[in-house]
Write a protein that binds this ligand. Sequence first.
Ligand code: HXC
Length: 537
Amino acid sequence: MSVSEADLRPVPVHGTEPGPDPRTMAVLRRERDALRDRVEAGDPSGVGRQHDLGKRTARERLDRLLDEGSFVELGMFRRRREAGPETEGRRPHTDGVVTGAGTIYGRRVFVYAQDFTILGGSLGAEHARKIHRVMDLALDAGAPLVALNDSGGARIQEGVAALDGYGGIFRRQVAASGVIPQISVVLGPCAGGAAYSPALADFTFMVRGTAKMYLTGPDVIAAVSGERVGHDELGGADVHGGRTGVAAVVHDDEDECLEDVRHLVSLLPGNNLEAPPADPPTGAREDVRPRLAEIVPVEPHRPYDMRDVIGELVDGGDFFEVHEGWAPNVLCALARVDGAVVGIVGNQPMVLAGVLDSDASQKAARFVRFCDAFNIPLVTLVDVPGFMPGTAQEHAGVIRHGAKLLYAYCEATVPRVQVIVRKAYGGAYIVMDSRSIGTDLSLAWPCNEVAVMGAEGAVNVVHRRELRAAADPEARRRELVADYRERLMHPYRSPEEGFVDHVIDPVDTRAALADGLALLRDKRRERPRRKHGNVPL
Ligand code: HXC
């Protein structure tokens, strides 16, 4: 059958002109706008209650998180297909979660924000499908995903469908892990299995006072074991920021928290195939920093704040520290050197003399793996007396946890620069990105001491019998210590043997880092194919 010209002509619908009647469209548009306005405004009493709790609404949060006017909402009119008696016939639009995309400093991100004013932000099947959709879009687009959590958890009335919805989120998070950055922000309750979503994210933020996260809430705990505990004490921001390590960043209020999420996003690539966003070079390669020669005491056991060293090395002294309150004996931070983003791992001599222990090893391991997955070069600042001795640490599994850090460095293929600032003893020397486990460039300050252990300890082990028999054991010990330092710990021993590439003047460290990173910028190293390794989880 052939198509005539008449068949292709637009068909008049309401009059003689082609196209719909403008008055009808005007009515439809007004209806649509009224519905949109109602959905956007939400239930005034719920909004009031949210504000009374010191929390912003989902939409207010997105306004603060995203560049002005950039939010594109998806699924605003979506809601449960059928009103069941179990939710008293309620079928609110959005189904309690606002989803879509926007920009942060001009770069695309996908977002979802749970709306506590609708059924307590609880996750039902439709709510979950909306989240699944933005997660799929984020992965397809290769853009970060930011989740704002404020929810009573699985929607009890929807039973297994709600649990299935969570499973779909977790499965997508794991599939997206190492492909797009995932940031989870807890701004209210996050109870039950829902807490596994922040736990699977790359970075989790929490706000003091309002955010709480636990698998089993205080009421159930009281019923099961009789233990009485408050929400905050059980799973508040300081618990997860300081004790469990689930929260990477903790803030006092939401606005400050969301601003900080923007800062973090500004340092991350959109996905694992992109380089992190670089700023123009800042002249770091010629930058001499006299303060670096004053911050670090030459005596190996005198404390100082490694943050002061980092502040001198990075552009503008500005760095984004993660897990500030958890395992503070090691520092992990993102920053820029000569405009390029780097991940910094540093021992912190101010806390526990900078030893590595179970928590510090896990914290640094996860950070190293994140940086490696997202093409962020690693700078490791070493001043470490060793691993923490004692039954508590041995029984806490310091061997297994320390192995995670070792594994993470050994596997990392991004450019890696090690700077031995002062001491580096024993296994901890190896683990802190030594030449033996694959650092690309090892630099050391002239006060470096690399050895199996400190001089006092070493003399006690090697010369125990001799010291016991000595006429003046103290004098003999001093001699032996001096001899050990001279022969085994002197700052040019490692460079002489090729374990360190160069001994640099501390004041030139920023410039040396910038040079080193430039030299390694195009590093390529293919890994042999395998399904995956068996990281000691
Ligand atoms: C359905 C829920 C809900 C839920 C809250 N609401 N949680 N509706 N399913 N899980 C509703 C309330 O009925 C109420 O509805 C409204 O949300 C606000 O809740 P309130 O209790 O009034 O608020 P508040 O006093 O601030 O307490 C918030 C809360 C509490 C601490 C979150 O609601 C709570 O304990 N909820 C249950 C938490 C929980 O156990 N969730 C299940 C976890 S198990 P109205 O109509 O009155 O406004 C889970 C499994 C996931 O999530 C498994 C994944 C693998």
